[in-house]
Design a protein around this ligand. Structure first.
Ligand code: N01
Length: 542
């Protein structure tokens, strides 16, 4: 039964990750009444849910935090690429400094919303995850900060529910942890989550079976331990690095080279690839030659370099061919590369088997393991589903939000996402989202987007308030134009040449389209700023 509350908020924010916390702090300081509803029992967004063995940030620490000096000045990271527990420590630090928790309702999952046209308010329904009770709250604005990976995807595999051992999706890992020491572990999936679990579990598991469908083009992380002096030195560059974020394609503190891979000699190209490889992290991906996402021939040089580096680390030639095939299965970097520390060496261990699902697909799961098409049963105590997410749109479509025409986001997005500026959809007035579809989201560093796209949302609400306006809605025409713009940009890239969650390929029935804005963060921010300067062009305000 629904228990109405007397709450009437200016803004209800959904999700207590980077984006939601930023909204809460900024809007509260401007005098808005704001509450965050968060399904998890603590803050951190994906870092609350993803506590599987080895879960670790793939962005280097200086850029994986809020840019406010009062927050970074007295927080030190112990590793350049922090683990999930350190990210949680960071969120607790932010919470202590900004006193955010007092305005967050934890264990509260938003399940639906209707717009009350007369009062120009959303009536939002939520469920208490501990008791199952539902309640409702009214808010003038609904800001969805549900992230790109909040709805786990579990493939339909025959017999999965009959497995008698421990079976967990990486994003629903037991909060108390799960010791895999001495156990027979199977991991389905070799995306970013799979690579990390595999790497972490291999030394402890009695036996590890990796079920790989597509090889991950993983890049060396080059982890570093950071002492106080290292933190102090890094902090000197923070202001400059934060300022640079808005000027780079993916919101980092580096960008693509100013030339293409085919514009340089073979020697220079190799020297550049070597240098990036030694630097580690995403620079081999997002700091490489500027034609890598656009020109197949240029891309092939990146793939060949990656392949040869990786193969040199794998002892068995047949295994090397499966992990780093001679002929690329898709262009380099158009499926998200993971960062690895000892991933490829894992396959040289005697206790590790690689099952290539392209040769022998999974036929069924039994009480005791996984049976592949060759009739072999892989006996397991623990089955890890590192099978990803209904990415980017899943967090939004999972909530039964009713448009003014009576359909839900799931209905509206069924034939493809429809957004204006990647931040609003016609039929859903007074509803904005951060890090959503057709915004830089998956192609942008999370905290960067939380702040820069988040600033646009705050500025928009301020515009409404200062002008005595109470209703804003994107027009279908503006959506059409934004969708065409995204499609035109996409057509020039190599992204459609891989099956990936970027393209919506990983969830059966999902429309195939690029879910993130491929024009780079600076262009995106400019377009958002221009729309605002023109009186929120593409929106109807009233
Ligand atoms: O999910 P994924 P993820 N049978 O979708 C396989 C972020 N992230 O959780 O490639 C067998 O990438 C699937 O195979 P294929 C990051 O942005 C960040 O790993 O589709 N296999 C794939 O190998 C990342 O990109 C961090 O052929 C099946 C895997 O499962 C995003 O989240 C850490 C299958 C899914 O990979 C998602 O990463 C973790 C089936 N039926 C995640 N269905 C850090 O920053 C799917 N697969 C550290």
């Amino acid at each position: 039964m629904s228990t109405p509350t007397s709450d009437e908020l200016d803004v209800l924010v959904v999700g207590a990750g980077f984006a939601g916390l930023y909204q809460l702090d900024r809007l509260r300081n401007l005098g808005y009444s704001v509450t965050v509803f968060e399904a998890g029992s603590d803050l951190g967004g994906v870092w609350y849910w993803n506590c599987y063995p080895g879960a670790r940030v793939d962005t280097w620490a200086p850029l994986y935090q809020f840019s406010r000096e009062d927050l970074w000045r007295d927080f030190d990271f112990t590793e350049l690429y922090p683990g999930w527990d350190e990210v949680r420590r960071y969120f607790r630090h932010v919470d202590r400094k900004l006193e955010l928790s007092k305005d967050i309702r934890f264990s509260t999952r938003v399940i639906g919303a209707e717009f009350d046209e007369e009062r120009r308010q959303w009536e939002v329904r939520a469920r208490d995850e501990r008791t199952g009770e539902t309640s409702s709250v009214r808010a003038r604005y609904l800001v969805l900060c549900t992230g790109f990976g909040s709805k786990p995807y579990v493939p339909e595999i025959r017999g999965l529910d009959t497995f008698a051992g421990e079976c967990h999706h990486t994003a629903r890992w037991p909060q108390g942890g799960l010791d895999v020491t001495g156990k027979r572990v199977g991991v389905i999936g070799t995306g970013a989550s799979g690579v990390q679990v595999i790497q972490e579990s291999a030394p402890d598991a009695a036996h590890l079976t990796v079920f790989q469908r597509t090889p991950n083009l993983a890049l060396p992380m080059r982890q570093q331990q950071l002492d106080e002096a290292a933190n102090r030195a890094m902090k000197e560059s923070y202001p400059e690095r934060f300022a640079m974020r808005a000027t780079t394609f993916a919101g980092f503190d580096y960008d693509f080279q100013d030339k293409g891979a085919l514009e340089v000699s073979d020697e220079e190209r190799t020297a550049v690839y070597e240098k990036l490889w030694e630097t580690g992290g995403f620079v081999s991906w997002l700091g490489t030659f500027n034609d890598i996402f656009f020109n197949a021939e240029a891309n092939a040089t990146a793939y060949a370099f990656w392949r040869d580096k990786v193969r040199a680390r794998i002892t068995d030639p047949a295994t090397a061919e499966k992990l780093a095939p001679t002929v690329a299965q898709h262009p380099f970097g158009v499926k998200r590369p993971s960062l690895e520390q000892r991933y490829y060496e894992v396959y040289n261990q005697d206790n590790v088997d690689l099952v290539d699902l392209q040769d022998t697909p999974i036929e069924r799961v039994t009480a005791t393991g996984v049976v592949t098409a060759d009739g072999r049963e892989h006996a397991l105590d623990v089955l890890v589903l590192a099978t990803g997410f209904d990415a980017v749109t899943g967090g939004i479509t999972a909530i039964d939000i009713c448009s003014t025409k009576g359909d839900s986001f799931a209905d509206v997005f069924a034939a493809g996402t429809r957004t204006h500026l990647g931040t609003a959809t016609a039929g859903f007035p007074n509803l904005l989202y951060v890090y959503g579809p057709q915004s830089p989201s998956a192609f942008c560093n999370g905290p960067t987007c939380a702040e820069l796209q988040g600033d646009w949302v705050v500025q928009c609400l301020e515009h409404m308030r200062k002008n005595g306006l109470t209703r804003i809605e994107a027009t279908p025409e503006a959506e059409e134009a934004w969708g065409e713009h995204v499609a035109e940009l996409t057509a020039d890239t190599l992204f459609p040449f891989a099956k990936s969650w970027y393209m919506g390929d990983n969830v059966p029935g999902k429309k195939r389209e690029l879910l993130a804005y491929p024009g780079g963060l600076p262009t995106y921010l400019q377009k958002c700023a221009e729309a605002a300067e023109r009186g929120y062009e593409g929106f109807v305000l009233g």
